[in-house]
Design a protein around this ligand. Structure first.
Ligand SMILES: Nc1ncnc2c1ncn2[C@@H]1O[C@H](COP(=O)(O)OP(=O)(O)OP(=O)(O)O)[C@@H](O)[C@H]1O
Ligand SMILES: O=C(O)C(=O)C[C@H](O)[C@H](O)CO
Length: 299
C-alpha cells in the first residue's frame, strides 16, 4: 500500500496574546492571531495528513516563550520562528456588543513587525511549503521594504509551484493609509491562487455591490478560487470562471472573533483533501459556527 505524502502548509503572520473577558472581573489570556488561528484549526482537522508550520518573529521574553510553546503544543512546526531580543509579542483585547467583536491592539513595536526582514529565512520557508497562507494583517504590520520583500518572495514561490492562499482580512487601523491598503491587498491577491475575503469588509472598502462583484474583482481572468464569506448569510464560490451561491444557516453568536479564520481552515482542509466545494463549505461553516459559540478566537 502506498501512503500519500503529508501536505506542507506554511502560515505567515503575527501570533499575539489575546485578552478575552470571562465573568467580571476575570479575563482569560490566550494565544491567537488570524493566520495562527487558521494554522491551529487546520492542524487539528488534518492530523498527520498535513505538516503545518508557522512563520513569525517573537521576542526572547517569557511571554514570547509561552506563545511558542502554545504553537508547538498544537503540533505546529516552529522551525521558521525567528527571535528579536529587543522586541516582545503584541497584545489585543476583545470587546463584545451582541456577540459582534471589536479589538483594541497593543502591537506597535511587536517582534512580528520584523518577520519578513530576513530574505534567506523566507526563501527557506517557501522552499519547504506546498501551500503558503497569509492575510492582509500579515502585510499591514510590515514596513514598506519588508512588505515588498514578502510580496516578491510570494511571487517566486508561486512560480516554483507553491499554492498561495490569501485572506485580505481588512483592518484599516493597521495600515498607513486606505490607498496603500487597497493597492497592497490587490497586489497580494494577484499572486494568490485561493482568495478568502469577507463581504462586509470588501463592500465597505472596495465598494462591491454584491458577492459576485467581490468574487469577480479578485478573479478577473477565471483562474482563481475565491470564496466570499458573509457572516451568517449566503457565501459565494468562484471557481473555473463560474460563481455559485450557497445558503448558510445563521446562529446567534457569543463572540465572532476568529469566525473567518476557522472558516478558512475548514475550506482549505477540504480542498487539500480533494473534497468537493459543497463538502468543504459545510465543514468551513460548521467550524466557524462552533468558534463563534464560544469566547475567544480558539476553542
Ligand atoms: N452569525 C453567524 N451565524 C452563522 N455563521 C456565521 C455567523 N457569523 C459568521 N459565520 C460564519 O463565519 C464565516 C466568516 O464570517 P465573517 O465573514 O463575518 O468573518 P470575518 O469577519 O472574516 O471574521 P474574523 O475576521 O473575525 O475571523 C461565515 O461565512 C460563516 O460561515
Ligand atoms: O486582528 C488581528 O490582528 C488578530 O489577529 C486578532 C484576531 O485573532 C483575528 O483578527 C480574528 O480574525
Amino acid at each position: 500500500m502506498t501512503e500519500s505524502k503529508a501536505v506542507r502548509f506554511l502560515s505567515i503572520g503575527e501570533a499575539m496574546l489575546e485578552l478575552s473577558e470571562q465573568q467580571a472581573p476575570l479575563w482569560a489570556m490566550n494565544v491567537a492571531g488570524d493566520t495562527l488561528n487558521t494554522a491551529w484549526h487546520l492542524k487539528r482537522l488534518a492530523g498527520e495528513a498535513a505538516e503545518v508550520a508557522y512563520f513569525t518573529a517573537l521576542g526572547s521574553d517569557p511571554f514570547s516563550a509561552r506563545i511558542e510553546d502554545f504553537i508547538a503544543d498544537a503540533g505546529i512546526d516552529t522551525r521558521f520562528i525567528r527571535h528579536q531580543a529587543s522586541r516582545g509579542p503584541g497584545l489585543y483585547a476583545i470587546s463584545l456588543r451582541d456577540g459582534e467583536r471589536s479589538f483594541t491592539y497593543w502591537r506597535d513595536r511587536s517582534a512580528a513587525k520584523l518577520l519578513a526582514d530576513d530574505g534567506a529565512t523566507l526563501a527557506a520557508a517557501f522552499g519547504w511549503a506546498d501551500m503558503a497562507y497569509l492575510s492582509g494583517i500579515t502585510l499591514a504590520i510590515l514596513a514598506p521594504e519588508a512588505r515588498e520583500r514578502l510580496l516578491a518572495a510570494l511571487a517566486v514561490a508561486r512560480d516554483e509551484g507553491v499554492t498561495i492562499a490569501f485572506d485580505p482580512n481588512i483592518r484599516p487601523r493597521l495600515w498607513e493609509s486606505a490607498e496603500i491598503m487597497r493597492a497592497t491587498l490587490l497586489r497580494a491577491a494577484k499572486v494568490a491562487d485561493i482568495i478568502l475575503p469577507s463581504f462586509e469588509d470588501e463592500a465597505q472598502h472596495f465598494g462591491d455591490a454584491s458577492l459576485e462583484d467581490c468574487a469577480r474583482r479578485y478573479d478577473t481572468d477565471g483562474s482563481r478560487e475565491v470564496v466570499v464569506k458573509n457572516g451568517g448569510r449566503d457565501v459565494a464560490v468562484a471557481m473555473g470562471g463560474r460563481c455559485s451561491h450557497h445558503a448558510m444557516r445563521p446562529i446567534e453568536p457569543v463572540d465572532t472573533t476568529g469566525a473567518g479564520d476557522a472558516f478558512n481552515a475548514g475550506w482549505l482542509f477540504g480542498r487539500i483533501s480533494g473534497n468537493s466545494p459543497e463538502k468543504s463549505l459545510a465543514r468551513a461553516h460548521a467550524l466557524a459556527t462552533h468558534v463563534i459559540s464560544h469566547k475567544g478566537a480558539l476553542v
